[in-house]
Design a protein around this ligand. Structure first.
Ligand code: CO
Length: 204
């Protein structure tokens, strides 16, 4: 691979902010077979954890991102974050069109320049049957690395900005449930309980 480590380090340094201090500095993920990754549904505990930065860019990582695109398309999503396939890593894929060929990979993303606010309906592949209205910024800037560790940035608006904010939430263990208004919480109480009751026996 032809990544200039100094360049990556520079970008990573520019990403440094207060929030990163709270993140895990090491990650101990068994090198699971990317092909075995599948959708994880609430209340799996991985969905509530803060994901760790990706530090190694290799073929395994590329295979993981390819598999994530498959899972996203298979479940007709417009975005999917690594915790949703059981990996506590700061990776998500997104495609407003829900088409595989449009799916873009965002690694160690940082959102800045957040402006404007709008409510819109959202669902989540890890929270089937639940749809709620969530206020999001109408404009965000995202700085991230692609699957080969190359930095890029984008200014996003409206629906695309909404998708990226939803997926980025997953990397911080934040679910739609955490974004619900008290009224929505009440209205969705039964659906949430049904999801919780699907799980038979304790999970780690
Ligand atoms: Co989601």
């Amino acid at each position: 691979m032809d990544i200039d480590p100094a360049l990556v380090a520079d970008v990573r340094w520019s990403f440094y902010n207060e929030a990163m201090k709270a993140r895990p500095s090491t990650i101990d993920i068994a090198l699971v077979a990317p092909a075995s990754l599948k959708l994880v549904v609430y209340p799996d505990s991985i969905l509530k954890k803060i994901a760790a930065d990706v530090r190694q860019f290799d073929d395994w990582l590329v295979a993981v991102t390819e598999r994530m695109k498959d899972v996203m398309v298979e479940h007709k999503g417009v975005g999917l974050a690594a915790p949703q396939v059981g990996l506590g890593l700061r990776i998500f894929v997104a495609a407003e069109s829900a088409k595989r060929e449009d799916a873009k990979v965002y690694i160690n993303p940082v959102l800045t320049d957040e402006r404007g606010s709008e409510e819109g309906e959202e669902g989540c592949l890890s929270l089937p049957t639940i749809r709620i209205k969530v206020p999001r910024f109408t404009h965000v800037r995202v700085e991230a690395l692609d699957e080969r560790g190359r930095p890029f940035s984008e200014n996003l608006t409206d629906y695309t900005a909404r998708i990226i904010q939803h997926e980025n939430d997953h990397l911080d263990g934040i679910l739609l449930l955490d974004r619900m208004s008290p009224v929505a919480k009440l209205a969705n109480r039964r659906k949430v309980r049904e999801l919780e009751e699907r799980v038979k026996g304790p999970r780690k």
